[in-house]
Each structure stands twice: as C-alpha cells, then as structure tokens.
Design a protein around this ligand. Structure first.
Ligand SMILES: [Ca+2]
Ligand SMILES: [Ca+2]
Length: 353
C-alpha cells in the first residue's frame, strides 16, 4: 500500500512537471512567434568565402540575406593590400541609375531611381593573391551602407575571408553498387616538402565502411592507418617532396544501402621538417549509388538476349563500352569469361533468379 502511494505520488509529480514543461514550451513558442518575424528574415549581407593558392585569383560575392530593400548604397572594402591585390570590382544591382567603384581607394556606390528589393549577390570583387602572401584565412570585410526609399540605413557587419592554401588534396569520387567495394586515391595536387602527416577519414557508417587504407609515401619509416577509427599517420626519415597519390583507400557499401549520393570526407595535416603545418584545401569524395539490375549490361531496363550479345562482344574485345548500370563480371570472380555468359543465360532461361 505504501509502495502504491509512493508510486502515485511520483506519478502526480511527473504529471505536474510535464504540465509545467508543456506550459513553458508553449510560452517560449509564443515568445518566439513575437520575436521571430523580425529575426526570421534577418537582414544583412556577407561575403561568400573563396579559396586560392598564391599568385591565383579569387572572386568573392557580396550576398544579401533576407528581404532587403534599397534605393542607394555605398561600400568601402577592407582587406590587406600586401596580401591581396584588387583586380576588379563590380556592382550587380538590377536597374541601377549609377554604379561606380574606385579600385585605387576600394570605395564605391550605387543609386537606383526608386527603392527596389535586393536579392542574392549584389557585388563581386576579384583579388589576386600575392606571391609572398602567408597561407591561412585572410580576412576580407568592409562597410556596406544600404539606404531604402525612406532614408533608413542598414549597415551589416561584412565578415568574410579568403582561404590561401599551400596545396589541394582531393579524394576522387566514383559510383558503386550496394554491397560492392570501391577503391579511391587521395591525391595531393602541389609538390610540398613534407616530413610527416596525419589523416582522418569520415563517412556515414550506416552506408560505408573503410575496408583498407594504405599510405603511398616513399621512404616513410612509420605509416599506419586504423580503418576502424578512420585515423592514420606517417613519418618520413627526412623531409621529402610529396606530390600525387598519398593514400589508397578501399570502401565497401552496405548491402542494404539506398542513397543517391554520400560524402566521404577527410582531414589531412601535412608538416614540413620544421613542424610547420600546411594549409590545404581538402576536397572530399562524393559517391553515387548505381541502381538497377547488375545484369542489364546495355541499360535498357530488362535482362534479355541483347545483354548476352553485349557481353559476348565485350569478351571478344569488340565492345569496350560498359553500361553505367551493369557489370560484365556477373559471377564476381574477378574476371570476365564465358562463365559470366552462362550465368546470364541461366538468368534469362529462368534457371536462376
Ligand atoms: Ca538489357
Ligand atoms: Ca566473371
């Protein structure tokens, strides 16, 4: 009896607490409705970031957020002229009466005949990264003032940056079927003096699994990759020039995987002999899933004698065009032979599923 009372007290407490929490949630929701209309269409502008190597050009887009109306505007750019050289700048205001930008002063303005809504990119600026510019994120900002028809001024904070990188590392993507494996290479685009490196690979574990990973760095004294953790590292006996394939990676796709595309991301850190870390632009891989019947070699949607002809021609070397849907190695023994034709014929004859 005592236990029951305690139980019912507990229950009453939970009910009261739930009611209180519900009330609190409703109040917060109401409050957010009162506050949101102003916040939801947060008016502002920002520079879309860009990335470039030394000596290269980069274009930034000044983009407005939310519903902004303006009749006129002015912009004063703020950047480090020893790192970035201003090449060109242009307003993109539809129907503007007057647009100007002084590249020497980094100042410009526009005027329209009447107030108009601004949308998306309103200004583009192109810089060249100087040869002796340090790598890393270079701030690019400025002061933008937008005035509407009523004379009200909006002056958003323009924070932006250009990522100046030492090299580009790319993991090449590809297409793969559910239950199959795909081999990928991680490629370093620029030659860099490197002594050591570390790597983290990440993907959706419900879709992809790292089967094997092997560093392709010559003269490395340590090179290890833990495929369970997706972490690896290598150390060379001395600093050496590194370029091209750094790692070979094999991933498998889950048997029940169903996706259009999925990303395989990585973080690569390379250090030179003095322990300096390079700034790398890292481009992860996008894997697309091949769907359809793997035996539909001509991709016409059904498995027929046409697919047998295609396979026989392929074996004879007369047809090198592979279907984006089907795979000629039908029995998956690693080679394309007459055995694959037999499996395909059995399928058509209804002997096998
Ligand atoms: Ca077919
Ligand atoms: Ca085969």
């Amino acid at each position: 009896m005592n236990g029951f009372l305690k139980k019912s007290e507990k229950r009453a407490f939970f009910v009261a607490r739930s009611a209180f929490l519900l009330l609190l949630t409703v109040q917060l929701l109401l409050l957010s409705f009162l506050v949101l209309p102003a916040n939801a269409q947060e008016r502002g502008a920002h520079f879309e970031g860009g990335a470039a190597g030394r000596g290269e050009t980069v274009t930034l887009f000044l983009t407005v957020d939310g519903a902004v109306n303006a009749r006129s505007g002015s912009l004063s750019l703020d950047y480090d002229p020893s790192a970035l050289c201003l090449l060109s700048a242009e307003w993109q205001i539809e129907g503007a009466l007057l647009e100007s930008f002084d590249l020497q002063k980094g100042l410009g303005a526009f005027v329209c005949s009447e107030e108009r809504p601004l949308e998306g990119s309103i200004f583009t600026v192109t810089f060249r990264v100087t040869e002796d510019c340090p790598s890393g994120a270079l701030p690019v900002g400025g002061i933008l003032k937008l005035k509407d028809g009523g004379g009200e001024t909006l002056s958003p904070d323009l924070a932006g940056s250009v990522l100046v990188y030492d090299g580009i590392a790319t993991l090449e993507g590809g297409s793969v079927r559910a239950g199959e494996q795909l081999s990928l290479a991680l490629v370093l685009g620029e030659e860099l003096p490197v002594k050591s490196g570390s790597l983290r690979v990440s993907c959706d574990p419900a879709l992809l699994k790292v089967e094997s990973a092997e560093f392709a760095v010559e003269n490395s004294v340590i090179a290890h990759f833990d495929k369970e953790k997706g972490l690896g590292a290598f150390v060379c006996s001395s600093e050496q020039m590194l370029k091209g394939t750094v790692l070979y990676l094999t991933v498998s796709v889950a048997e029940d995987a169903d996706f259009e595309s999925t990303d395989l991301l990585f973080e690569l850190e390379l250090k030179d002999g003095e322990g300096r870390v390079y700034t790398l632009l890292m481009k992860g891989a996008t894997l697309t899933l091949q769907k359809g019947d793997p035996m539909d070699l001509d991709g016409n949607g059904s498995v027929t004698i046409g697919d047998v002809t295609k396979l026989l021609n392929y074996i004879a070397g007369a047809d090198l065009i592979l279907s984006p849907y089907g795979q000629p190695d039908i029995n998956k023994d690693g080679k394309v032979t007459i055995s694959d034709v037999t499996v395909l014929l059995n399928r058509i004859a209804g002997v096998t599923a």
